[in-house]
Ligand binder design. Structure first.
Ligand code: BGC
Length: 389
């Protein structure tokens, strides 16, 4: 950490100093909504990136849930509902698998990682033939959170997705303590705090109201309390959330647990300390790194994370800082308005860029998740119209 920290101490001059009018910021958000609508598959899936070699043809529960939340918040109700229908069909299609692994685990039997639900699916909802870093739990929590938020925001009945919600709850209740790959598809031997945040947010969301049966509801509430306790006891360092249980490192994915997931709100000591630590440790003039040891495409700055930091600032009441995060993210759009996964600025390890370009081609662009987080922050800041809650 100390070596990489010193890199952040000397920010390079940034080329993203353009000032944006409110109209320009709003247009980029509206264009983002249009782009996501155009690229959404008839199945309801949101492709992570339509052209990037390693992502083409796949939709992630993680990306998709945040994209659906952004679309829902921006008023694209039907688009978000169709994504949740896609999630529903995937889970219903794997009901037997979920029931089997849950029953075996509860009976004390071993369940292999290769038996767990995948991280991503083809647009038509198949597992896909390409190897990937399965398995990951966060997306199954995030979709639960997003579908409940969506239903509340638009006054919809959750019954449309009920059985898939129940299966996801049972899956998470059984497996939340299990190590898995993180948001970045790395470190499969750890229990990641941002993954726990996604799970807690999903389980908390489904316990609102009387939607679940009393037994599941009680178990979900108990699990949320247990997850919080685990994080507080083992998932913190110097007052802020840490990358995984027992780690002292930071990771910008932790921002989601503050806002919009709301597990450790910006007003709490943990939330405030985490915002400050990430701002100081991973944010360079608005561009946010994933973590200090990142070498993926050289370890650049991620607009989706800049927007997540903006959301956290907004939740903390700091509109100016939130708006400057939005402006930085706007500066990553190319002339066509397309936003990338990361920009090659303030690279943490430039020697690694060529290796990734050779392996997978140029950085993913457009990345729908980047657009969606921009839209979500634009809604939060009333840069575009907020859909009534
Ligand atoms: C990131 C994931 C993301 C995926 C698709 C990967 O590079 O690590 O977080 O889900 O791309 O966007």
């Amino acid at each position: 950490m100390p070596e990489a920290t010193s890199r952040l101490d000397q920010p390079e001059p940034t080329s993203r100093s353009k000032q944006y009018s409110a109209t320009e910021l709003a247009k980029l958000a509206q264009d983002g909504v249009t782009l996501i609508l155009r690229l959404q598959d008839p199945s309801g899936a949101y492709p992570a990136s339509p052209s990037f070699s390693a992502y083409r043809g796949y939709c992630w529960f993680r990306d998709g849930a945040f994209i659906a939340d952004g679309m829902s918040a921006a008023g694209a109700e039907d688009s978000a509902s169709r994504f949740f229908d896609w999630c529903y069909r995937i889970l219903i299609g794997r009901e037997r698998q979920v029931l089997d692994i849950v029953a075996r685990a509860q009976a004390g039997q071993q369940v292999g990682d290769n038996e767990m639900l995948p991280t991503r699916f083809t647009l038509s909802g198949e597992d896909g033939d390409d190897d990937w870093w399965d398995f990951q739990l966060d997306g199954y929590g995030t979709w639960l959170w997003a579908v409940v938020e969506h239903a509340q925001r638009h006054g919809l009945e959750l019954t449309r997705w009920k059985r898939a919600i129940e299966l996801s709850v049972d899956y998470l209740l059984t497996f939340w303590r299990r190590p898995c790959f993180d948001w970045w598809e790395e470190n499969s031997d750890q229990v990641h705090v941002s993954t726990l945040g996604c799970i807690a947010a999903g389980l908390e969301a489904v316990t609102r109201g009387e939607f679940l049966d009393a037994a599941r509801r009680g178990e979900a509430q108990a699990a949320v309390a247990a997850i919080r306790l685990e994080v507080v006891e083992r998932g913190m360092s110097e007052g802020h959330l840490a990358k995984w249980l027992g780690s002292a490192e930071l990771d910008a994915s932790l921002l989601a647990s503050i806002h919009p997931l709301g597990v450790f709100p910006a007003s709490s000591d943990i939330g405030a300390a985490t915002i400050e630590a990430i701002d100081q440790g991973l944010n360079v003039e608005g561009g946010v790194h994933r973590y200090l040891a990142d070498t993926f495409f050289g370890g650049g700055q991620w607009p989706l994370l800049s927007c997540m930091l903006g959301l956290a600032f907004a939740a903390a009441g700091d509109r100016d800082r939130a708006l400057s995060q939005l402006e930085w993210a706007a500066g990553t759009a190319d002339v066509d308005g397309s936003m990338p996964e990361q920009v090659a600025e303030h690279l943490l390890d430039a020697s690694m860029t060529a290796e990734w370009v050779q392996r997978w081609g140029p950085v993913a662009k457009p990345l729908l998740w980047s657009h969606a987080m921009y839209v979500r922050l634009a809604v939060e800041l009333d840069v575009i119209e907020r859909t009534a809650a």
